[in-house]
Design a protein around this ligand. Structure first.
Ligand SMILES: [Mg+2]
Length: 198
């Protein structure tokens, strides 16, 4: 048995925020340089209803256009080769968002059997249910909740997740860092790539 690795999608596997930023700037007539506040309602000064309506109307584009994060696909592939198990847990919802997500996974050759569409629910439920060894996330609220139940979190650095991190959350600056941290964790559990010692 390898590690059980949990992955968020937006801002971790999919480089979604540059697409969101571009489209939201266009739609709301703004010229923001970056998303430095995860609460996009505050950033664009719009209501949740308005923002949700925009996402619903453009779901196909917003969730299909993003490129994978640099290094993500190769690292995920190497984890499968090493015998690790991967579970995707996203705040995306069932229905049309799920369909677009599965299409995106297919396009990039990612296996889509294990995707949990948590919607607005806390991710800790799924993290516990799957007994994950580590979780990769970009949203601090999720990261802190998961770390608080004792599962180490790797936080992929972004303008909206700056600041001090609690115990159990490690900031990673790119997928090379994430790969390295997962390798260290595998080592600490007596697992090395391909050969497992117990
Ligand atoms: Mg995310």
């Amino acid at each position: 048995m390898g590690l059980k690795i949990g992955l968020d999608i937006d801002g971790v596997v999919a480089n979604s925020f540059p697409v969101f930023l571009r489209e939201l700037n266009k739609h709301y007539g703004k010229n923001l340089a970056q998303i430095d506040n995860y609460k996009m309602t505050e950033l664009f000064e719009v209501s949740q209803e308005d923002l949700s309506a925009f996402f619903d109307a453009n779901v196909e584009y917003l969730y299909f256009a993003p490129e994978p994060m640099a290094g993500a696909l190769a690292t995920i592939e190497s984890w499968f080769q090493a015998g690790h198990e991967i579970i995707f847990i996203t705040a995306r919802k069932l229905g049309i968002q799920e369909q677009v997500t599965r299409k995106w996974f297919k396009k990039y050759g990612l296996p889509d059997e294990k995707i949990i569409f948590a919607g607005g629910a806390s991710k800790t439920f799924a993290v516990r249910e799957y007994c994950l060894d580590v979780f990769v996330e970009d949203f601090t609220t999720n990261a802190f909740e998961i770390a608080a139940i004792g599962v180490p979190v790797l936080l992929l650095d972004a303008p909206y997740n700056q600041g001090k991190l609690p115990t159990g959350v490690t900031r990673c600056y790119n997928w090379e860092d994430i790969k390295c941290e997962v390798a260290k964790l595998a080592c600490s559990k007596g697992l090395t790539a391909g050969t497992f010692k117990f």
